[in-house]
Design a protein. Structure first.
Length: 165
């Protein structure tokens, strides 16, 4: 699975739209993620509306690139009907990683933008997409065709590996 070693965080995009077929593949990958006791707490909001992308770009000092992305996926979690609510953010992290890997596989670029657990950011993002109270925003992932291709750095650090035999 080479995309693990080629995926980078992409923050600038070409203006061309992302095809719906590619977005569906990305969402299928997200929903294929492991989930604690299979609770699948995720909901995904796909945003292509420029006004809403602009609002999402104002959620934090680090979300500005969202305004110039042709699309964004807002990863949200359910608050109700959960078996293990303490693990919702773990499940959403796994789904988001699958999103990022499939974005790379589709020849696109994206970046995970931190929203949760910051209450002010979560509220701003929720208002931007008119999220129902039964859901909370976890992260924003702007996506598009990369304006330039980055090279992933090799982060392997043998000193952080410990074998217990």
């Amino acid at each position: 699975m080479n995309v693990i070693f080629t995926r980078t965080s992409v923050r600038s995009y070409e203006s061309r739209p992302v095809e719906e077929e590619k977005i569906e593949k990305i969402l299928r990958a997200a929903m294929a993620a492991p989930s604690a006791v299979n609770q699948q707490p995720w909901e995904f909001y796909v945003v292509t509306d420029k006004d809403t992308l602009q609002k999402l770009s104002e959620v934090s000092p680090y979300t500005g690139m969202t305004a110039k992305a042709p699309a964004a996926i807002v990863v949200c979690g359910r608050k109700e009907g959960l078996i293990v609510p303490e693990l919702v953010e773990v499940d959403l992290s796994l789904a988001t990683e699958n999103i990022l890997l499939e974005i790379e596989e589709q020849g696109l670029g994206g970046v995970m933008l931190g929203v949760a657990p910051f209450a002010e950011r979560m509220e701003k993002a929720s208002k931007a997409i008119n999220l129902p109270n039964s859901l909370s925003v976890f992260t924003i992932v702007p996506i598009g065709y990369p304006a330039k291709k980055n090279t992933q750095q090799d982060r392997y650090d043998e000193s952080r590996v410990h074998f217990i035999k």
